[in-house]
Design a protein around this ligand. Structure first.
Ligand SMILES: Cc1cc2nc3c(=O)[nH]c(=O)nc-3n(C[C@H](O)[C@H](O)[C@H](O)COP(=O)(O)O)c2cc1C
Length: 172
């Protein structure tokens, strides 16, 4: 079975998770930045595609790729700024899954938290007033502080477990 891991990553979180997943897939499985998509992508039996959450869905680069994945088996994963127990994390995965071609349902999904670029935090705090959902608050500061340590070892171990579950789901 031909497998590939694809990722889109701005600041490295999703790339790190992609590499953890790849480490448990069959030796030689490529782990490729979506900026360098292989020409023979359609020939892969399993595509494990990862993105960073941008406004509640996959980031733009990944959205374009997800829309084309007509492969036999597709699994998706992501990193996001919020704790994964928040509904926003699950909803972001669901929104991204809806971008897959009609009839393509991910065999497994995975999401973990990832640090948010401090420049983005600063920009949001400038853009939105205090009191606004995206504005500065003690709660928001605390959340970013927690996010700053992710993806951590537990996240990367969970990503590896996800990779193993994907293999089991496709009968490997
Ligand atoms: C422009 C922008 C929009 C974002 N939107 C969201 C969002 O809607 N929800 C969320 O949980 N995180 C959001 N984030 C946080 C990123 O998804 C998170 O930091 C992710 O781990 C970044 O992954 P990367 O290092 O692979 O680029 C956003 C980050 C940026 C830069």
């Amino acid at each position: 079975m031909k497998s590939i891991v694809l990722y889109s990553s701005l600041t490295g979180n999703t790339k790190q998770v992609a590499e953890a997943i790849t480490s448990v897939l069959p030796a030689g499985t490529p782990c490729v930045d979506m900026k360098q998509l292989p020409a023979d992508l359609a020939d892969y039996d399993l595509v494990v595609a990862g993105f960073w959450v941008d406004r509640g869905t996959a980031n733009a680069e990944a959205r374009k790729v997800l829309e084309t994945l007509n492969n036999k088996h597709v699994a998706i994963f992501a990193t996001c700024g919020v704790p994964t127990q928040m509904p926003h994390a699950r909803e972001s995965l669901e929104n991204a899954a809806k971008l897959l071609p009609e009839g393509v349902v991910p065999v497994k999904t995975f999401i973990c938290q990832g640090k948010v670029d401090p420049q983005v935090i600063e920009m949001m705090y400038k853009m939105f007033p205090q009191g606004h959902a995206h504005g500065q608050s003690a709660e928001r500061d605390a959340r970013h502080k927690v996010a700053a340590s992710h993806p951590n070892e537990d996240d990367l171990n969970a990503a590896k477990a996800f990779g193993q579950e994907v293999l089991a789901a496709v009968g490997q």
